[in-house]
Design a protein. Structure first.
Length: 202
């Protein structure tokens, strides 16, 4: 079983898994209709290629595919399964603080995550009458393999922007996801929860 924050597979595999019904965990008990299956890390291409004049079509499409399309495929498959079982269920998307407060050279990633926030709201309205809850989390900077280079190069800059003064551990974001998937969040839907250490404060 992968650890929290650990990469799983390659981008093409993540895209295929996202399209597959097998990505979903399908428990036998209706009250446990929650699938928390690792899909894989997001694709975030940094550097000159993210400037719009240099951005290649393939990089743009890969970023949107993994960060937005994959969530659509999984949400559609989960919704179909929940409806087949008579309604009820929980879906939690992992967005990003970048969706709400973007920065230069994050064009594709920011667009995909902003789309994911709005997908969450739109689908929450669509399926609420069936008892299906749809929420998202918006993490800030975390200690993960994807962020390792950025933290080495600009770690102090990030710390200065985070009111809590430290980088998040993946387990701290995972705890919020578990809360949203639990009965304790049974009256929440359509929300994007800020888990950015105070960078967003919304």
């Amino acid at each position: 079983m992968p650890k929290v924050g650990e990469a799983v597979g390659q981008p093409d595999q993540w895209k295929e898994r996202a399209r597959s019904r097998n990505t979903l965990h399908q428990p036998g008990r209706k009250q446990a209709q929650v699938g928390l299956q690792p899909l894989g890390p997001p694709v975030y291409r940094r550097g000159a290629g993210d400037r719009i004049q240099d951005l290649e079509d393939a990089d743009w499409h890969d970023t949107i595919e993994v960060n937005l399309h994959s969530a659509f495929y999984c949400s559609r498959a989960a919704t179909r399964q929940f409806l087949k079982q008579g309604g009820g269920g929980v879906i939690v998307n992992v967005a990003s603080g970048t969706a709400l407060r973007s920065s230069p050279q994050s064009l594709g990633y920011a667009a995909a995550k902003a789309g994911l926030v709005n997908l969450t709201v739109s689908l929450a309205r669509e399926v609420a009458s069936h008892g299906i809850l749809m929420n998202a989390v918006a993490p800030g900077m975390m200690e993960t393999p994807m962020s390792a280079d950025a933290l080495r190069e600009r770690g102090q800059t990030y710390l200065e922007r985070i009111p809590l003064g430290r980088i998040a551990r993946p387990e701290e974001v995972a705890a919020v996801i578990v809360f949203l998937a639990s009965d304790n969040a049974s009256y929440m839907t359509g929300a994007t929860v800020d888990v950015s250490g105070g960078m967003l404060m919304r």
